[in-house]
Design a protein around this ligand. Sequence first.
Ligand code: G4P
Ligand code: NA
Ligand code: NA
Length: 194
Amino acid sequence: MKQLQEKIASEGRVLSEDVLKVDSFLNHQIDPKLMQAIGEEFSRRFEHDGITKILTIESSGIAPAVMAGLIMGVPVVFARKRASLTLTEGLISADVKSFTKQTVNTISVSGDYVTSDDTLLIIDDFLANGQAALGLLDIAGRAGASVAGVGIVIEKGFQQGGKLLREQGVRVESLAIIDSLADGKATFREEAET
Ligand code: G4P
Ligand code: NA
Ligand code: NA
């Protein structure tokens, strides 16, 4: 997605060979017009898949997921990373490992909102090692829901998540794929440019 690549090139900050900071439009301040274009692109890619609901994870997946949900006309459910005061019954949970922090976190959704009647589109902001996406796929499986695919805003193609998911037969649609963050600059994989 050209507009997204240009935004990453102009505003993204390469913090190291494997970390890209995009706080000005995705992870802290949010650019609603860009999120709308992202939502339109996800909608275009999944328009024939009978999506009934979008599943994402707090917090940075919510903005692109809500825009996609608005355009596709379906509700958006976000998995919670922390226990909620009011959301305690009928939870469906999965464990998510963090490679960077060497921790395991439990993520949860209510079984009221993800069911065996659903065909889900899973959306997240970043795909790195793929653990968050695997956790969301795990939740979908436990709920008996179908998953049409995973939509990612920025995939770091040099990390293992994309390979891991695709090898399991999961359809992954990434709007930008970064093959390298060497020399302080993001190099994009051309096939993701459409
Ligand atoms: P892991 O490699 O340690 O397993 O971590 P994982 O891929 O699950 O990513 C951990 C967090 O870091 C996620 O956000 C993910 O979106 C984010 N992340 C991974 N790589 C990058 C990167 O290069 N740049 C940025 N900006 N973020 C990255 P989170 O902690 O769940 O936070 P949030 O959704 O509340 O923002
Ligand atoms: Na995220
Ligand atoms: Na994040």
